[in-house]
Design a protein around this ligand. Structure first.
Ligand code: DX5
Ligand code: ZN
Length: 220
């Protein structure tokens, strides 16, 4: 039975008790911690910076998947690396030299990923697939948790799965936005590897059971 990696985001956590909420998902068996960084410019919301990542790194052994929804990732990626990021995902829509940024992140010894917003076609990132470790498919407009899953994004997942498998790239397909038990099954069927989930997990009565159900695609 395939296990899908589950990456709860802290976006819906209680920021007055971040260590407690992170421990809850870590103890419940989550695989990655998804950290949504927003600059109020690339997306209409502002969240956290490297100083918070540095603090929570001290209280968690999880793999830190840092999602940079910021206009200038080339300026700030290194601060997140130094703060403890294990994977830095930036957006394909930014204007910097993206191939150089992928190389810079990987030369620091951590993983690099690219994210595509709903309106961005898969073809815009094909050239990066041989070099990146993760492609993050947004299934909501970036900026906020609790939105509904965009089902018309599913063909993007299948398309990426087909290309990555045919070319034998080492690139994980990560899905972000509106993931619950039903949409997780759809994404799993289309070829996803990693599922980001925020409101579904943090609103669950039994976090451990919810994460297990997402990992193994079945009601436990
Ligand atoms: C949105 C973020 C997502 C979001 C997911 O910009 O990148 O990670 O927090 O939240 P849910 O799972 O509630 O859709
Ligand atoms: Zn995210």
């Amino acid at each position: 039975m395939k296990k899908f990696l589950v990456a709860p985001s802290i976006l819906s956590a209680d920021f007055a008790n971040l260590g407690r909420d992170i421990a809850a998902v870590e103890n419940a068996g989550a695989d990655w911690l998804h950290i949504d960084v927003m600059d109020g410019h690339f997306v209409p919301n502002i969240t956290i910076g490297p100083v918070v990542v540095k603090s929570i790194k001290k209280c968690s052994g999880m793999f830190f998947d840092v999602h940079l929804m910021i206009t200038n990732p080339e300026k700030y990626w290194e601060s997140f690396y130094k703060a403890g990021a294990d994977l830095i995902v930036f957006h394909s829509e930014v204007l910097c030299d993206k191939m150089q940024l992928v190389k810079d992140i990987k030369s620091a010894g951590i993983k690099a990923g690219l994210s595509i917003k709903p309106k961005t076609p898969v073809k815009s990132i094909l050239e990066f697939l041989p070099f990146i470790d993760t492609v993050l498919v947004m299934t909501v407009e970036p900026g906020f948790g609790g939105q509904s899953f965009m089902h018309d994004m599913v063909p993007k997942i299948s398309c990426l799965r087909k290309i990555i498998d045919e070319k034998k790239y080492n690139c994980l397909v990560e899905i972000d936005g509106g993931i619950n038990f039903d949409t997780a099954k759809i994404c799993a069927g289309a070829g996803a590897d990693v599922l980001v989930s925020v409101s579904f997990i943090f609103s669950a009565k039994d976090i451990e059971k919810t994460i297990y159900n997402l990992q193994f695609g079945q009601q436990h």
